[in-house]
Design a protein around this ligand. Structure first.
Ligand SMILES: Cc1cc2nc3c(=O)[nH]c(=O)nc-3n(C[C@H](O)[C@H](O)[C@H](O)COP(=O)(O)OP(=O)(O)OC[C@H]3O[C@@H](n4cnc5c(N)ncnc54)[C@H](O)[C@@H]3O)c2cc1C
Length: 446
């Protein structure tokens, strides 16, 4: 341990932050989960990342890698181990203006990316929040406001530079180490630390963005009509439905259909969104032309002590009506979850299931429940949550790693179908045989 530390102090040019240091409190936890690591290492370049990986592996301490720090299970921190905080690796450069190739540091956030690309009228379909990290979101999927037109964030990835468990710097792309490239597109942080990503960005205009709101009493008809319409809606339209929001009246909360239409032509946007407006009694409609970078919201840092339970599953075409019926009839009580339904499909489904380690390509919708509150409230809400998911279970399958707050074996099995898991484990054996990168939905090398 002491020699590993000596080597670190010699080779590492970034920040080493330890308990008692002025900055420690600000960097010890991740955004949603507190932590008390022995060392927070903030590398300033790739060589620092190599030194940090060498230290973690030589010291035998648990390693957490932090991109934007938003993981629900708190993968970006630990107690007593090493955290490699990538926030200083946040450059965003347009490296090929013709092909729109953008090189992004492994610790950048999507807000930094959107702001840097806006002057070039470019965008990458990412997520809905500025402070979420490019690393965590991309390596497990990335379901954002242009998902139906351009697919997942990882579908726009063309290459990544990684530091692997043995300290090597490798490129993963269709041409170089293609199996590793397959694995990092869905395999989360299992394979190494991505120090840089290269994406093919897409030209963007301002977009029509906002929400159309209906009374809770019309939930069943609105949701059924919405899901049916999405099958024929133009792929420029991406949409999220939310209901039973406990902060807006629980069971009585209005049904909100959030829409993003990728384009600035009012007529085309109306043609795409009007069928949604006709689904019921519109009690609110704030859809307006918005700069794409402003569509992403700031991620608020929650007050200490708040706990989060995020669960999700995918819904294939056939069981959609049944699932919507269950959700619309759900009763709510204090601590009930926010329920959101994300439309996927479109470009996501045009990629073969085995083309990337993200395998849930054929789903039409994703159901997400998010329960938040102090521990007693969350504990009291668990039986209701289990009952809801028990009702949904026969009609849904799989899970999206990025919207899970737990990482138990059954979660990993839901994220990775058996074939995907086996193939990922083979790549893991090659690049991380000792399972140094275990702070994630872990794929075991053995
Ligand atoms: C407010 C909020 C809004 C969200 N909105 C969306 C959304 O719209 N769409 C969506 O798809 N998801 C969304 N998510 C989920 C989000 O994608 C995950 O929480 C994701 O893990 C966050 O990535 P991060 O880098 O910020 O997190 P971190 O906690 O830093 O990292 C998460 C995991 O990724 C690994 N990792 C991160 N960066 C790297 C890297 N460079 N190299 C190797 N491993 C790395 C970490 O080790 C860890 O295992 C949201 C989450 C929150 C809290």
């Amino acid at each position: 341990m002491s020699s590993a530390l000596e080597t670190l102090r010699r080779d590492f040019g970034g920040d080493i932050i330890e308990p008692g240091d002025v900055e420690y409190e600000a960097v010890s936890g991740s955004k949603l989960v507190p932590g008390s690591p022995a060392y927070v290492l903030r590398p300033g370049n790739v060589d620092d990342v190599r030194a940090a990986v060498g230290f973690a592996s030589g010291s035998g301490l648990a390693l957490s890698v932090r991109g934007g720090g938003h993981s629900f299970p708190g993968f970006g921190t630990n107690d007593g181990g090493v955290v490699v905080d990538l926030s200083r690796l946040a450059d965003v450069d347009l490296v090929d203006g013709e092909r729109h190739i953008v090189r992004i540091g492994g610790g950048a956030t999507w807000g930094q990316v959107a702001a840097a690309l806006a002057p070039h009228r470019l965008a990458i379909s990412s997520g809905d929040t500025k402070s979420v990290g490019v690393g965590g979101l991309t390596l497990s999927g990335g379901i954002g406001w242009k998902v139906r037109k351009y697919g997942l964030a990882l579908d726009s990835l063309v290459a990544a530079e990684l530091v692997t468990a043995d300290g090597a710097v490798v490129t993963a792309s269709a041409e170089e180490n293609p199996e590793l490239f397959w694995a990092i597109r869905g395999g989360g942080g299992n394979l190494g630390i991505a120090t840089a990503f290269e994406f093919a960005a897409h030209p963007t205009t301002d977009v029509f963005f906002g929400k159309v709101t209906f009374p809770a009493s019309e939930a069943v008809e609105v949701l059924q009509g919405w899901a049916k319409y999405l099958r024929t809606a133009p792929e420029e339209l991406t949409s999220i439905a939310s209901l039973a929001n406990p902060f807006a009246g629980g069971h009585e909360a209005p049904v909100e259909i959030h829409v993003a239409f990728d384009g600035d032509d009012q007529q085309l946007a109306d043609a795409a969104i009007d069928p949604i407006r006709r689904l019921g009694t519109v009690v609110g409609d704030d859809v307006a032309l918005t700069a794409y970078a402003d569509v992403l919201v700031e991620g608020a840092t929650p007050p200490p002590g708040l706990q989060f339970v995020a669960r999700n599953a995918f819904v294939d075409r056939e069981p959609v009506p049944e699932v919507l019926q269950i959700l619309a009839e759900v009763g709510t009580s204090p601590g009930s979850p926010v329920i959101a339904l994300r439309s996927v499909g479109g470009a996501v489904s045009r990629v073969a299931d085995d083309a990337t380690a993200y395998a849930h390509r054929q789903a039409e919708l994703m159901v997400v429940t998010l329960t938040a509150g102090p521990k007693p409230v969350v504990d009291a809400a668990r039986p209701g949550l289990d009952a809801l998911w028990g009702k949904l279970a026969p009609h849904v399958d799989g899970a999206y790693a990025n919207f899970l707050a737990s990482a138990a074996e059954e979660d990993v099995a839901a994220v990775y179908p058996a074939d995907t898991y086996r193939r990922l484990a083979a790549v893991k054996r090659q690049y991380d045989p000792g399972n140094l990168f275990a702070g994630n939905h872990n794929v075991r090398p053995e």
